[in-house]
Design a protein around this ligand. Structure first.
Ligand code: DGY
Length: 348
C-alpha cells in the first residue's frame, strides 16, 4: 500500500480523496493548536511515499534527503517558502502548491484589514464591548476615508507584488474610486497591460500611497523590503497592510513607526516570527492584527485540501502534478532516476 504523510490535519475533503484512492494516510499532528514534533516529522518523511506539508513545517534539504524513495511534496498553501525548493529540484523531487483557489478569499481579507484599520473597526468594537459608548459625538473614533469621502480626493492604493492576489486587490479598488499604482519588478508588463494599475517605482509608491498593500513572494530580495527607511518614506497618514509573509516587513521597525506615528496604522495577517509578534506590537492601538487567516473561509480551505490531495496523488503516481512549483524538475535526470527507482521497487 502506498503511503502519504500529512504533517498536520487538513480538512476531511482532502483526507477523503486520499483514502478513497486506497492510500495509507498518517497525520503527524491531529491538534489544531500544536505543531509537529521534529522527530514525528522525520519519521513521517522516512515512512511515506509522498509528503503533504503545511506552511508551518519547514522542509529543508536534510529532511528531504532522509528518504530516497520519496516521490514528491504537496504543500497545503499557495506560498511555499517553508520548502527548500532548490534542494527538492536537485534531488529530483516535484513540489506543488494550491494557487488560484485562495486569490479572492485573500484579496477580500486584505480589504477587510484595510477598511478595518482606516475606520478603526477593532477599536470601535472593543469600545462597544467595554461599555464605553455613552453618547454620539462628532469626534468619536475618527478614521480615514478610503473612497474620496469628505475631502473629495481620490485616494492612492499602492500594491507591491502584482501576482494573482495583488491583482485581485487592485481590481477591488475600482469600487472605491481609488487610483492604483503598483510595483513588481517581475510583472511590469502585466501592470502596464492591466488597465487597473499604473507602474510605479518603489520609492514613489511608498511616498505617494495612502494605503500600501504587500503581496510579494518572500524571497531574499523581498526580505525586509519594508524596513525603517521604507517606513520613513511613507506618508504619516498612510496605512500599511501585509497579507503576504511576515518577514517582508522588519517588524521591530514597524513597531517604532506605529508608536512614533511615522505612519498612521498597519493591518497585519502575518508576522515576522509567527506566531510570535515583535515586542510592543500587540499594544499598538493603531495596528489591526489577525492570525494568518487570509485564506480562512470554509469553501476555500476545503478546496485547498482537495487540491493538495490531488497534487499528492499525482506525485504518488509519478505523473505531473496539477500545480507544480518546480516544473523544471520533470525534465531532470534526478527526477527520472527517482521515478525509475520507485517503479523498480513496485516490481519487487
Ligand atoms: C498561503 O496559502 O500561502 C496562505 O498564506 C495561507 O493560506
Amino acid at each position: 500500500m502506498t503511503k502519504i504523510f500529512v504533517s498536520r490535519r487538513i480538512p476531511a475533503a482532502g483526507i477523503d480523496i486520499l483514502e478513497r484512492a486506497g492510500v495509507e494516510v498518517r497525520v503527524g499532528q491531529e491538534r489544531e493548536d500544536e505543531g509537529v514534533a521534529p522527530a514525528v516529522m522525520r519519521d513521517g518523511i522516512a515512512w511515506c511515499d509522498v509528503l503533504l506539508s503545511l506552511l508551518t513545517e519547514p522542509v529543508d534539504r536534510a529532511l528531504l534527503a532522509l528518504n530516497p524513495n520519496l516521490r514528491g511534496v504537496a504543500n497545503y498553501a499557495v506560498g511555499f517558502n517553508n520548502i527548500d525548493v532548490t534542494s527538492a529540484t536537485a534531488l529530483g523531487l516535484p513540489v506543488s502548491n494550491t494557487p488560484d483557489v485562495l486569490t479572492d478569499t485573500s484579496a477580500d481579507l486584505t480589504w477587510a484589514l484595510l477598511l478595518g484599520a482606516a475606520r478603526r473597526i477593532p477599536e470601535a468594537h472593543n469600545y462597544m464591548r467595554d461599555g464605553h459608548y455613552k453618547l454620539w459625538g462628532p469626534n468619536l473614533l475618527l478614521g480615514a476615508d478610503v473612497s474620496p469621502g469628505g475631502n473629495g480626493k481620490r485616494k492612492v492604493l499602492g500594491v507591491i507584488g502584482f501576482g494573482r492576489i495583488g491583482t485581485a486587490v487592485a481590481k477591488r479598488a475600482m469600487g472605491f474610486d481609488m487610483d492604483v499604482i503598483a510595483y513588481d519588478p517581475h510583472a511590469r508588463a502585466q501592470i502596464d497591460a492591466s488597465g487597473i494599475a499604473k507602474w510605479s517605482e518603489l520609492d514613489n509608491l511608498l511616498a505617494t500611497s495612502d494605503f500600501v498593500c504587500l503581496h510579494p513572494l518572500l524571497t531574499k530580495e523581498t526580505h525586509h523590503l519594508i524596513n525603517e527607511a521604507a517606513l520613513k518614506r511613507m506618508k504619516p497618514t498612510a496605512i500599511l497592510v501585509n497579507v503576504s509573509r511576515g518577514p517582508v516587513v522588519d517588524e521591530a521597525a514597524l513597531v517604532r513607526a506605529l508608536r512614533e506615528r511615522w505612519i498612521a496604522g498597519a493591518a497585519l495577517d502575518v508576522f515576522e516570527h509567527e506566531p510570535a509578534m515583535a515586542e510592543g506590537l500587540a499594544e499598538c492601538e493603531n495596528a489591526v492584527i489577525v492570525p494568518h487567516i487570509a485564506s480562512a473561509s470554509v469553501g476555500t480551505r476545503d478546496k485547498m485540501a482537495t487540491m493538495a490531495a490531488e497534487n499528492a496523488l499525482a506525485h504518488l503516481r509519478g505523473g505531473r502534478a496539477p500545480n507544480p512549483v518546480n516544473s523544471d524538475v520533470y525534465v531532470s535526470e534526478a527526477y527520472r532516476a527517482r521515478v525509475a527507482r520507485f517503479q523498480d521497487n513496485k516490481g519487487k
